[in-house]
Structure formats: C-alpha cells, structure tokens
Design a binder for this molecule. Structure first.
Ligand SMILES: O=C(O)c1ccc(O)c(O)c1
Ligand SMILES: [Mg+2]
Length: 633
C-alpha cells in the first residue's frame, strides 16, 4: 500500500517539505494549492521537482465551492475547474479533491449536485483526470460521507468518485462501518487524521488540532479497517492541519507522520481479515519486560559526585568493563552504568550536556525483531565499534539523539554483564532495599510531547494515560505517563513525559541548561519505604526536605495515624492515595544541573505517579536552585 502526506501537514518551503517527506519514506504527496501558488516556479518545474525527490503527486487539492450553484455561478465554477485541470496536467497529477461547498448561494439538491458532478466528470475525462468528492464536516448541504456517496453514485460517471477523510467522518461521530457498503473502486482517495477529543466548533477543531493517527482520540484504525474492507486500493494519505506542526521541525514531523501511518496500517492488517497481501508485514509491537540498565555519561568530579550519591542510595559498584571506563552499580534488579569514556557516544553527550542519561537498555523478548519493527517505523539503528570480546547489542536512535539498547535472554545478549565486565563486588556498602526501576521521567518541550508519545506507543506495547497539569511555581508543566499494559508478573516499562511550556519551570530550566530533551529523573522502587528511609538515613543520604505545611495538609486530607504521619514527616516522605492503594515517595536533592532520583513504594496497586504531590515537590526542589547539591566543576 502506498503512503502519502499532504504538503499542508508540515512546515517550510515546498522544497524543504519535499526533502523531509522523501527522507521520511513516503511514496507521494497531496499538493495543497497554497503550497503551489506560494512557490516561485511553474507547474512543470514543480512536478519535476516532486519526481526528482522520488515522490508522486497523488492528489491536487482543494477545489472549493463547486456543487449545487445557480447560474451563472455554476458555469464560472466549471470554468474555474478547467483552469485547474490545465494546471494539473502540467504538474502530472491525475486526481483532484473537490470538498463540499460552503458557498452561501449553494442550493443543494442531491440530483442537482449529481448533475454538476457528471458535467465536471465529462470535462475531467478530456484531461484524463478524475475528481473526488469529499464531505467537509461543516459543508453547507453535504457534511456526511454517505450523502457525498449518494451524489457520486447518482453522478454515475467513471471520472467521478468519493474521497474519504477520517476526520470529517469521525468528528461527526458517523459510524465508520457505514463505509463498508461503498464499492472500493469508487473510493478514489483516502485521507487520514486523528484529533484530540475536545468539544469545539468542527471547522476550528479541524484546521488547528488535527494530529497524526495514534496521537489523538479518534478511532482511525476502525475507520481504515472499514476502508480496506471495501477493497480500496489507493494510497493511505495523511492530511494534518495542526498549528504546532506548521511551526514545528519539518523533518521530525514528517518522520512522525510516517511512523504513525506504518503503525496504523500494521494495526489494520492485524485486525481486519484478508489484507495480508496488501499491507507489508512487520513484527508486532514489542512487550518490554523492564529496564535492563540506565547509563549515565559522567566524567571527573561530576562522575565522583554521582558515585557518592549512588553509595548513599545503597548501590554497590559491582563490575568494571574490561576495555572501557565504564562501571556497573547495582542494587536489587537495578543496574546503573557510569560511562567516563573520553571518546565515543557517551563522551560526546557529556561534552554537550554534562552528566546525563545517554543510554537506556530495555529487556525485551526478542531484540532483533524489536529493531526490525523500529526500522520499519523509520527509526535509525545505532552502532559503535565493537571491541574484542564485546557483544554487539542491537540499538536504535530514539528521539532527541537518545539511544536505546535492547537486551533479550534468547540470543545470549543478557550475558553481557558476565562477558564484558570484570566483577568488582564491593561488599562494604549496605543495601537500602531498592528493588527495581519503577519509571523513567523524560523532560522535553511541550511541543515535543506528541512525538515522544508516538515513538513509545508505536514501537512498544504501551498505552498513554491522560495528560495531567503539574503546577510549578513559575509555570505549567504537562505530564503524561506511558506504560505497558498491567501484567500479572508486574513487569513492564513506565515512562513519564514532562513537557515544559516555559523555561522558568524546573523542567524548562533543565532543558535550557541540558541542551534539549533528556531523562531528568529515575524512580527507584522499594517494597518498604519506611525501612528504606531508615537505611538511607544510616547511609548518609540527604533527602529533599519537605515543609511542615505539607504534612499538616496530609493530616487533613487522609485518615492517617499520628505515628505514621510523624514517620512520614521526619523522613520527608510524600504520601498519596488512589482508588487502589497508597503511594509513598522520597526525593533526592537535585544534582548535575537538575537531575534527581525518586524512591517510591506502591501499596496495593497504586497506579499513578503522585501528581497531587508534584507542585510541593517542585517548589521544594526549586529552593535548592539549579546547581545546589552538586559540586562545582
Ligand atoms: O479545512 C478545509 O478547508 C479542508 C480542505 C480540504 C480538505 O481535504 C479538508 O479535509 C479540509
Ligand atoms: Mg480532507
């Protein structure tokens, strides 16, 4: 199945758009008339330019306010169409989109409109052009694909067909299964867009808030399944009007589009029977079993400070890499790597950002098929020279220059710790009862959140939780959790995305000083917070101090015994409850430009991330300023 994207969906000049669309892997474009008119170059040259990028122009659009007009407007509309047919011939485009009229003088009338289309079809036939009728959700008389289909059916002309657009159908809450009764050969083209569920004027919603399939709340998969059930054989094409995307990074948004389309078609192939030959097969979404390691790039005194912090958290240095300046620090199932190499990937991130999480290793059932799916979705693989006796662990580039490694048991990759590392167990340090990595929190610009969420949800078997607002004293931060489906064995991956809207927030400040999106904190799990807090106190760990007001409020909000409340207060433990259970949190002080560790206990299946506590925790962290708690270099 061919893939396409409308030029309106991304930012830039026509040239920039074509480069990005081609690089992302699409087969073709819908050329939006404005993009053509704004370009300084004739239709022949534009057609050539598109083909030079290895792309086809599948559709010219939109042609507006055509059907159902009284004379002389009707004739003028036909004449206008003929001009566009001339232009399309030069461009080398066969299909034109006619969207339903919003003209104040449009009369409607199914047969009148059908007659107009029959006349337009005759004209188009002379140019070897086909015209497709699309019902805009806010069309004057036609705003439902079923009515558009009736017009096309009565026009009964081989050069007249239907164009479907998921937004218009789903925004109007029209059952997409009504598409299943339309003959596939009369569906000339299909446009796909998702959108967040917001109650607003249809036109405004469509022109500003559409997003890539999978980024919003509409059932685009159900829509496309119905389309494919008709036998439709044309391209799957994205048509996304979105303010953020219009101003966003052209290449990133084009790649997001491609990723969303491949994932969507894979979902359609897996749920709708009989599409094996039409849609390419790719490995299924990958179930992640957990975090195998978190790797920090850190050098010199910053590396020493991080090791001191890990020691006070109850970690032990358990191995040194045989060939690299790379240490493994362990506690429970947690592995933290500290990479102090002066060349290679970790070193280059250290030079750019200072101490940072440069790599995350994920446990998966099958590392090779994870990389195959990632590549099909448009990700780049990542590799570094492999030294003697080292394993070549499959890896990809995530977003923002990040790297993800995939470790599985079946291929022997999980033996990397025995193969590549010299055991160096230092038994002197006491364990604090930390058992596993609960979640990894990534900070990014608000505008990048959709891209990151799409990255995780298309590659892995993970779902988005609703976005929550986190109030920082200096602005709003949006937070969204992405988690594997709850599994009986409790394994999985949880990531929280924190999108900063201003640089004055804790998250925004981290971005400014760290050169872009990155992991800001790692949350470590204990099964007994009170014991862990006592062990940490013995180890000399300095928790983030919480104010007395916070505990007075806890007393008012929850039914806690005075003894328990006092234990929380004296250990600076934060507390929350949800419908399932209780949540206890403890934070480190900020280190290395605003990173920190969180320690948590989930009681009886508490499912959240303590959003209610976030404003107070952030205010407490801000009292330390950006570099307090971290030695100056
Ligand atoms: O917003 C519009 O006008 C518009 C134009 C063309 C389309 O295909 C569409 O879905 C919407
Ligand atoms: Mg459309």
């Amino acid at each position: 199945m061919k893939t396409a994207i409308a030029t309106v969906s991304i930012s830039g000049t026509l040239q920039e758009k074509l480069e990005a669309i081609s690089a992302a892997g699409f087969d073709g474009i819908e050329i939006f008339e404005q993009d053509f008119i704004a370009h300084d170059g004739g239709p022949r040259e534009v057609g050539q330019m598109v083909r030079d990028h290895g792309l086809e122009i599948f559709l010219f659009q939109p042609f507006r306010d055509f059907e159902g007009l009284p004379e002389p407007l009707r004739h003028q509309a036909l004449r206008r169409a003929e001009h566009k047919f001339e232009l399309m011939r030069e461009l080398g485009t066969r299909d034109m989109l006619v969207c339903s009229s919003v003209h104040p003088e449009a009369l409607g009338g199914i047969d009148r409109m059908a007659d107009d289309f029959a006349a337009l079809g005759e004209l188009a036939a002379d140019y070897d052009i086909r015209v497709g009728f699309e019902a805009l959700a806010w069309g004057r008389h036609v705003w439902d694909h079923r009515d558009a289909w009736e017009v096309v059916r009565r026009a009964d002309h081989p050069n007249v067909g239907l164009i479907l657009d998921s937004f218009h159908t789903l925004a109007r809450k029209i059952d997409p299964d009504t598409i299943r009764r339309i003959p596939g050969d009369k569906i000339f083209y299909v446009q796909l867009a998702d959108a967040p569920a917001i109650d607003m004027d249809l036109l405004y919603w469509s022109r500003h808030f559409r997003n890539m399939p999978g980024e919003g709340d509409l059932d685009v998969t159900g829509f496309m399944r119905a389309v494919m059930a008709t036998g439709y054989d044309g391209p799957a094409s994205l048509e996304i009007f979105n303010d953020q995307f219009r101003g966003g990074p052209t290449r990133t948004i084009a790649r997001d589009g491609y990723r969303s389309l491949v994932a969507l078609m894979d979902d359609v192939r897996r749920t709708e029977p009989g599409l094996e030959d039409k849609i390419a097969e790719i490995p299924a979404r990958v179930a992640v079993d957990g975090v195998e390691f978190i790797e920090f790039a850190a050098q010199g005194t910053e590396a020493e400070a991080l090791k001191t912090l890990l020691t006070t958290l109850g970690f032990r240095m358990s191995g040194r890499h045989r060939n690299k300046m790379l240490e493994v620090w362990r506690q429970g199932d947690i592995r933290i790597l500290i990479n102090s190499e002066t060349t290679g990937f970790a070193a280059s991130t250290w030079t750019a950002r200072g101490t940072n999480v440069c790599d995350i290793g994920l446990k998966v059932a099958d590392a090779a098929s994870t990389v195959t799916r990632a590549r099909a979705l448009g990700a780049d693989t990542f590799s570094q020279p492999v030294g003697p006796g080292e394993l070549d662990i499959p890896a990809i580039r995530g977003l923002g220059g990040s790297v993800l490694h995939f470790v599985d048991a079946s291929s022997g990759l999980s033996e990397v710790w025995d193969v590549e590392f010299e055991p160096a167990e230092d038994m002197s340090n006491r364990d604090a009862g930390l058992t596993s990595i609960d979640h990894v929190a990534q900070t990014m610009e608000y505008d990048e959140m959709l891209s990151w969420a799409l990255f995780y949800t298309t590659l892995f078997d993970m779902q988005k939780a609703p976005m929550v607002d986190v109030i920082d004293p200096d602005g709003l931060v949006r937070s969204q959790a992405i988690a594997s489906r709850a599994r009986p064995d409790g394994k999985g991956l949880q990531v929280t995305l924190n999108g900063a809207e201003t640089h004055r927030t804790l998250a925004g400040d981290f971005l400014t000083h760290g050169f872009g999106a990155s992991v800001q904190h790692v949350a470590l799990r204990t099964e007994d917070m009170l014991q862990t807090a006592a062990a940490l106190a013995d180890l000399g760990f300095d928790p983030l101090p919480m104010p007395a007001n916070y505990y007075a409020d806890l007393e008012a909000r929850f039914d806690l015994s005075p003894e328990f409340l006092e234990r929380l207060r004296s250990a600076n433990i934060l507390y929350d409850e949800d419908a399932h259970g209780a949540f206890l949190q403890l934070y480190s002080r900020p280190f290395a430009g605003g990173m920190f560790f969180e320690i948590l206990e989930r009681r009886n299946g508490y499912a959240g991330f303590g959003a209610a506590n976030a404003p107070f925790r952030i205010a407490a962290q801000k009292r330390f300023g950006r570099v307090k708690g971290m030695p100056e270099v």
